[in-house]
Write a protein that binds this ligand. Structure first.
Ligand code: NAG
Length: 215
């Protein structure tokens, strides 16, 4: 009997953890009202009677992003910021364009698992498991291939084809968040102490300084 209670308790705890972020909505929808003063985990809801199709719509994902930048890539996000109707629903999309050899640098989505589909071209993708193994799981994807980046793990993409490439990602949060690792470490504002970073990364302080000017 006590064992059953324990199992039930464990189940309850597990379920509580699973639904601790972006829980199943308790209404059909909650179109974001960004100016609303109510404090919720997400945006306040507009009056559902006022909701229209345009609150659930985004147009233009067929348009390639401009990849003329040092990384040779461009993300076009479709999150709750673009579609207020995504509020509380735990989903979003992104289109990513890549120039030849263009890179999405190692980054983390703190709130979402990502599932990426290659629509055009060929991409090298990968993620690294957490400590202590830090195992690299990597693959070259071709058009039509799908790959998963588990929530919270550092991952990257690179166009290994000779033409342009693009992919569409679905993410399990209305607001996945992005932590680009180099920017977080070497581009924080204000800067992390250079002698700390020199020791942490086993680098010369001048190299740390150089990295800090780049991010
Ligand atoms: C793409 O971005 C570059 C650099 O910002 C800019 O010079 C160029 O005009 C842009 N191209 C288009 C088609 O918008």
């Amino acid at each position: 009997m006590a064992k059953h209670v324990l199992v039930l308790n464990l189940l309850a705890i597990t379920c509580a953890l699973v639904v601790a972020f972006e829980p199943s909505p308790l209404q059909d929808f909650c179109v974001a009202e960004p100016s609303g003063s109510a404090r919720v985990n997400g945006f306040a809801c507009m009056d559902p009677k006022l909701a229209q199709a345009n609150h659930f719509t985004f147009s233009g994902l067929h348009v390639a992003g401009n990849t003329s930048n040092p990384l040779g890539s461009r993300v076009t996000p479709v999150t709750v910021a673009q579609i207020p109707g995504l509020n509380t629903l735990g989903a979003s999309l992104a289109r990513i364009d890549y120039a030849p050899w263009g890179v999405i640098p190692p980054h983390v989505h703190p709130r979402a698992t990502e599932i990426l589909t290659v629509i055009e071209g060929s991409l090298e993708v990968g993620f690294v498991t957490s400590n202590p193994d830090n195992r690299l799981i990597t693959k070259v994807l071709k058009k039509g291939d799908v790959f998963v980046f588990p929530i919270g793990l550092a991952h990257f993409q690179r166009n290994v084809g000779h033409g342009n490439a693009f992919s569409i990602s679905a993410l399990s949060s209305q607001n996945p968040g992005v932590i680009t690792i180099a920017n977080a470490v070497f581009g924080s504002n204000p800067s992390i102490a250079d002698d700390l970073l020199a020791r942490a990364f086993q680098l010369d302080k001048s190299v740390v300084g150089q990295l800090q000017t780049k991010f």
